[in-house]
Structures are given as C-alpha cells and as structure tokens.
Ligand binder design. Structure first.
Ligand SMILES: [Zn+2]
Length: 175
C-alpha cells in the first residue's frame, strides 16, 4: 500500500448480514471475492444458507474461509468481505492488503458481534490478554465511528501520508 493506493472501504451496519451477503455475491458473480468469517457459528450460518438457497458459486471466484486460512492466500482479491467485525486494526490491515488496487473491502457489522466479543473478554477481564483484546476492539470501534475517512485512517495507521478524504468510503459518503 502506498500514498496513491485506492481501496473502497465500507462498513455496513445491518441486522440482515446473511441476506445482504448473498444478495451481494449474486450481483457480483464476475468478481473474485473472499468472504471471511471469525468462528464456526458464522461458518455454519453461511453453509446453511448456501444449501438452503441452492447457491451455486464457482470456487475460483468465491472463497469462504476463516482468518487462518485467509492468511495462506497469496493471490489478491477484487473484493474482501469480513462477515464478522475484525477484532483488531492489524487484522483489518492484513485483509485490506490482499485486495487489488481499486478493489473493495466490506465489514458487515452487527451489534450482536460486538456484544459477543465484549462478553467473552469481560468474563476473563482479570487476565491482561483479554484486557488487551478489549483495547484492540476499542480501536476498531473508534475507526468505524469517528467519522474520518476510513482509507485515510488505514494509511495513517501505517504511517502513509495521503489525502484526508477518499470520497468513496462509507464514512466519506455520510458527510
Ligand atoms: Zn473516505
């Protein structure tokens, strides 16, 4: 990534993640897409939907995988979709780095995700690793909610000077 790299970054707040996801996949069947999920619960939701919908997808176009398996991909994607909110800025960055120039990145965001992560970490709050996790999640929430251009924030995070507004991300579009 450099100062001129453009990736369209979108945070989609929705109660209907699975519906939104499949509608999007159907409408973009010509693109090389990765859908990343964080846990087996989400994997099962997605799997069930593929079966229920009789959804036919070409394996070399759409990749469904978890964080670990996504790390193994060397090729870049047109579109990367995080089905669950990533728990740290570093994860977001890792995922964005695997998107082709002028590609798109989506985070599907539901309050349920946040509640689950928080609950899990609060239960173990006496251990520093979980407190640390909460801080990392806090950074992600700040990234999403502070209203600044998302691409600009990503570049700033890795010390790249760039335009302060991309005009295409979901934060820029709101303003
Ligand atoms: Zn922007």
């Amino acid at each position: 990534m450099n100062k001129n790299t453009f990736i369209e970054i979108n945070v989609l707040k929705t109660k209907y993640k699975i519906e939104n996801l499949f509608e999007y996949l159907k409408n973009n069947s010509d693109k090389k897409i990765a859908v990343i999920f964080r846990n087996t619960e989400s994997a099962e939701f997605i799997y069930k939907r593929i079966i229920d919908d009789d959804f036919v997808f070409s394996k070399n176009k759409i990749t469904f995988c978890d964080y670990i398996c996504f790390k193994l991909y060397k090729l870049k994607f047109d579109i990367v979709i995080d089905y669950n909110i990533p728990e740290s800025m570093d994860i977001i960055l890792e995922h964005i780095k695997k998107i082709k120039s002028k590609g798109k990145y989506f985070i599907l965001y539901s309050n349920r995700d946040i509640v689950k992560i928080r609950h899990y970490n609060y239960e173990n709050y006496e251990k520093s690793v979980y407190r640390n996790n909460m801080e990392k999640l806090g950074e992600v929430l700040w990234f999403i909610y502070n209203g600044e251009c998302l691409l600009h924030q990503i570049k700033k995070y890795i010390n790249i000077e760039g335009s302060t507004k991309c005009l295409k991300c979901s934060s820029c579009k709101v303003q």
